[in-house]
Design a protein around this ligand. Sequence first.
Ligand code: ADP
Ligand code: GLC
Length: 477
Amino acid sequence: MPGRVLSVASECVPLVKTGGLADVAGALPGALRGHGWDMRTLLPAYPDLIDKAKASAEIWSDPDLFGGPARVLMGQVGDAAILLLDAPHLYDRKGGPYGNPTDFPDNPQRFAALSWVAARIAVQGGSDGWVPDILHGHDWQAGFAPAYLRFTGQSRVKSVMTIHNIAFKGGASAAMLGELRLPYEAFNTDTLEFWGHLSSLKAGLATADAITTVSPTYAAELMRADFGMGLEGLIAHRAGDLHGILNGIDDAVWNPRTDPEVKPYSKANLAKKKPNRDALLAEFGLADVTGPLAIVVSRLTDQKGIDLIAATAAGFVADGGGLAILGAGEAHLEEALMDLVKAHPGKIGLRIGYDEALAHRMFAGGDAVLVPSRFEPCGLTQLYGLRYGCVPVVALTGGLADTVIDANPMAMQAGVATGLQFHPVDALALSQALRWLIDLHADAKGWTAMQKRGMSQALGWDTSAATYAELYESLTA
Ligand code: ADP
Ligand code: GLC
């Protein structure tokens, strides 16, 4: 019997986004609605969000939430109900959801507060009478939510914790235990303690009724020391409650036939992708590209293997390739990419920053998208690439392993390849993949066939939403 879910996240499209978590949190309510589940999303009321979500009805309040007054206002985005936690002392400030360039020092309190309110609403319901059956937390920002719920001693509401990225553990000093309203007796290695500190992510993983992550391969990787980042033991211990469920993409937003940023095309008239390519070459000033135009749309971090792109780009452009990069992140990676542009004018172009519209134009104009991540829980850009006939070249890890069919000899013979995968994740293997990309692209007929296969893949939420629905149902049965 379907029911109600309170989803708790720190970002959610179209209101606030720094990465894929926002895409997923924003897509889940619509995806689950088709299976009868009524999902509301609880989000901090960062500046302007109350206006954007037209939130007015107050459904919860507290005169003292971790040092100041707080209330929850209900708003609407599209068909989805959004609950905004309005607590100006915690969220009404400039600098992005987590602080910028450095994290806000009170992030432990800010997101513990979000999790605390989630658990209150889960147990007591809002003043409008809406009470969830499931509390679903995303990443470390919501990690304490299942824990607060567990500590109430209730058993009616079940909890799910989703790992989008294990690298961020929500660390806090053990001295904050009391301030964060956590019970001293739970400060042990089975629950809250992680190397002498608190970890909200660990708290969630230890106390949630079920754990999910965003691809089957990442679920398996997380139980290994090289991917679990210290939590592999706990996750392996909970393997029976762990589910790897692939993310989907929002077909209404990512569709080259209807995308307002794109000169429309589809797999039936792929020739119409060319004007998008010409426009992108012009936009990045790339007059000197004879082979495939590769794009990168990414946070510029170690996780994403951006250093491997810097290490292999010279060879790729010498072979005729071109490179258009959009991203922002670590200064040393931004600098390495700026150096590349200087060394290869007309062949490599770069935009530092975050630009949603440009990202759409890049998938439409690019021939290939490079995703050389060292680890990638799911990854969305390879999925956008598949949808836009922009062939993914990806590291063989996590969700990248689960969503791309590598152009290996047998897959080529069977006519099923949709992209290229490389392993191990190093510059040598990436440069070999890029050489293979040049050859594949030179065979126009084979290339078009590969693009069309990618564009034919089912990448929406249908299958995964059904799997989440089954999980919710098994928990509430
Ligand atoms: P992650 O969440 O680890 O960053 P994902 O691939 O799951 O990785 O999601 C990244 C999302 O952020 C995608 O929607 C991608 O298009 C978007 N994105 C990343 N960097 C930029 C940028 N500089 N400009 C616009 N969109 C970006
Ligand atoms: C994280 C992961 C990414 C995943 C996204 C949404 O940011 O790094 O791989 O696609 O969450 O689940």
